[in-house]
Design a protein around this ligand. Sequence first.
Ligand code: NAP
Length: 311
Amino acid sequence: MKAIVLKDFGGVDQLQEAELPTPGIKDGEVLVEVKAISINPVDIKTREGGGLAEMLKASSPMILGWDISGVVRESESPLFQEGDEVFGMINFPGVGRAYAEYVAAPADQLALKPREVSHAAAAAASLAALTAWQAFADHHRLKSGQRVLIHAASGGVGHFAVQIAKHISAYVIGTSSAENRDFVLGLGADEHIDYKVQDVSKVVSNVDLVLDPLGGANIDVSLKTLKKGGILLSLVAEPKDRLEEKAAAAGMTGKKIYVQSSGEDMEGIAQLLASGALKPTVSKLFPRDKIGEAHQQVQTGKTRGKTVVAV
Ligand SMILES: NC(=O)c1ccc[n+]([C@@H]2O[C@H](COP(=O)([O-])OP(=O)(O)OC[C@H]3O[C@@H](n4cnc5c(N)ncnc54)[C@H](OP(=O)(O)O)[C@@H]3O)[C@@H](O)[C@H]2O)c1
């Protein structure tokens, strides 16, 4: 099979196509013929030697990627049979080896792809959608009628988060630049804030939950928007941001969250996709031989929705 291997940590030139044996599968796994993969910021961080590089280093050859949509070709699990169309985020946090024509995937990390959803859209709705789902729906952290502030609402995680929060019937305030204002409102957000010209900490208040994919100074900005007892969920806070300590001092809860592979949660996302409550935006679709360009696109930090690669 063809795969994109990472020769060494570094630039996009380290992503190179290679011919490798098709992986074998163990009990509980399926062999998926991959049709589309989606690219996340963690792919870029890991390619450069950060992110999950320590885990990737232990495998050889190194193959990046976690988000897949494709067709089951062999099954060692009662969950899926040959021919099923499936999607999901494989072995995260860990080594997904998704940049390949075939991937050995734990069946309990996948869900059936709704027929009416393309492989590109399904791959897009894996890591980023799971992150939003696990932030809001798991543990019932976000409830109907609550006010939620979603930073970077036009991005991969953000555009799913807006739609999932609306599905929960929350009141949604989304931030992005003016360029993405109509996009964010079109996703269903009740209010849009242009972070480039408006001071979010002054124009937003009384919020129950904040989803922060930015970290740093955004932690302080976010805390100012929360009501007493509110929750700040950060995807990226670092120890130096003192998230939990600052939140506690202000009478709030601060928590860094990490997305995790889960077939059960993927099933929740599949249901939203099937009902039309969740619509992935694939703003850029690249062919496999342009995967370096897909990385460069994600690296701009300006992607609207998701960047996907057809395999
Ligand atoms: N902890 C976890 O488990 C977890 C899971 C998923 C993602 N993450 C992390 O979360 C971060 C976001 O991921 P993503 O996939 O959503 O990224 P992304 O798709 O690359 O986000 C791009 C979007 O961010 C917006 N943006 C950039 N700067 C902004 C700012 N200062 N204020 C508001 N919006 C801004 C851009 O809108 P404009 O062009 O309009 O500025 C763009 O649409 C990444 O660092 C990722 O690694 C962590």
